[in-house]
Design a protein around this ligand. Structure first.
Ligand code: SOE
Length: 379
């Protein structure tokens, strides 16, 4: 695994726990954790369960005892590492968004296609597809339970940037993150909406806003995260992204991505309205799925809260007895499970790099639309 930050911890948990709960056709061994700082990486490797640590990813990805490379670095290094790892014959799992630009993402998708011919696979980590309630939403839509999809409302709301004195970490720097709320969390909303409805976004119109333009620079200027110094720097990404989308099946969606949504911590919300019903998902209530059946008699209509904790629900059977809840980290175990099973069966794991590149094109189209400011004055 390359990268030893927050996502490193989350993916480590996934790799470690998946084989303890799921019967896998191959057992992942956590071989090497690669990070920039040797002492910190060694400590993280020890804590998270990696056998070794290293600082040079180029050396590690060509090792004969490595079969899978998991990339959890900021977006600016995804393309270089993923393309090199695929060329070295390693299966690749890469964090979202796939890259920082469509050009990088297309190059990665092309490298993945070439590798696929040799039985080497690549997947992008849109983990929330693997939250059981979100997977169930997709299953219900696919089974026709809400009829024909007519409209989507999606939002990903966080508030961790609300304090204007919080430092300028890598997620606020275009050269590292590609974009702000748009790519960091809007990408999740895009992927999940497309996944649940089985329809791809083809047209968008967007507006982006940076609410706090200057922030304290990091104390450790070479670091990605940390404490604030006395010097100030410019935020180069969006804080809020609003956009409308048309899907290839013909319906419209409205989207909001914000890291300034005061009081909302991790509210990835998707509501899909159909001709015969609706579903409603909120990551802050991740063990529940709202289901509305428009065919029910009118006296008993209303959104029903399905508690997604039963063995009949996606992934749940492998965990605890019926009725016991799952949390954020379980999505990473489900992701590790699905990735390993696909590789063992020599089938393409989803979402592929091609799917990741499509999301990247949607993100770029929103930025283009926002930059053109194609909005009519109302005064
Ligand atoms: C921070 O906004 C963040 O960790 C994102 O980077 C993740 O993709 C999301 O899953 C949770 O929030």
């Amino acid at each position: 695994m390359i990268g030893a930050g927050f996502m490193g911890a989350a993916h480590s948990q996934g790799w470690r726990v998946a084989p303890r709960f799921f019967d896998l056709d191959a057992t992942p061994e956590m071989a090497v954790l690669v990070g920039r700082d040797s002492e910190r990486t060694a400590a993280a490797a020890e804590k998270w369960g990696w056998a070794e640590s290293a600082t040079d990813w180029r050396e590690v990805i060509t090792r004969d005892d490595i079969d899978i490379v998991d990339i959890v670095t900021p977006g600016d290094s995804h393309a270089e590492i993923a393309i090199a790892a695929l060329a070295a014959g390693k299966h690749v799992l890469c964090e979202k968004p796939l890259a920082n630009t469509p050009a990088e993402a297309e190059a990665m998708a092309a490298a993945a296609e070439t590798a696929r011919a040799e039985g080497i696979f690549a997947m992008v980590g849109f983990t929330y597809r693997r939250v059981p309630a979100a997977t169930l939403a997709r299953d219900l839509v696919r089974a026709g339970r809400i009829g024909e999809v007519r409209q989507v409302r999606a939002a990903y709301l966080q508030d961790w940037l609300r304090d204007e004195n919080d430092p300028l970490s890598w997620r606020l720097q275009k050269e590292h993150a590609g974009s702000g709320a748009l790519g960091d969390i809007g990408a999740h909303a895009i992927d999940l909406a497309q996944y649940i409805t089985d329809s791809a976004i083809t047209r968008v119109s967007g507006t982006l806003e940076t609410i706090v333009a200057e922030r304290p620079l990091l104390e450790d200027a070479s670091g990605f995260t940390g404490t604030a110094s006395d010097a100030w720097g410019t935020v180069t990404v969006d804080d809020v992204a609003l956009f409308n989308a048309r899907f290839d099946a013909g319906f419209l969606g409205t989207f909001e991505a914000s890291r300034f949504a005061t009081g909302r911590k991790n509210a990835l919300r998707i509501e899909v309205s159909g001709s015969a019903g609706a579903i409603s998902f909120d990551l802050e209530r991740m063990n529940e799925l709202g289901v509305y059946d428009a065919r029910a008699d009118s006296a008993s209509q209303g959104f029903t809260t399905v508690l997604v904790t039963e063995p009949e629900h996606p992934y749940i059977g492998a965990w605890w007895p019926a009725g016991h809840m799952l949390g954020y980290e379980h999505g990473f175990s489900h992701q590790a499970r699905d990735f390993v099973q696909a590789i063992a069966a020599a089938v393409q794991p989803e979402p592929s790099f091609t799917a990741g590149a499509q999301v990247q094109r949607v993100l770029a189209a929103i930025e283009t639309s926002a930059a053109r400011d194609s909005v009519w004055s109302a005064v």
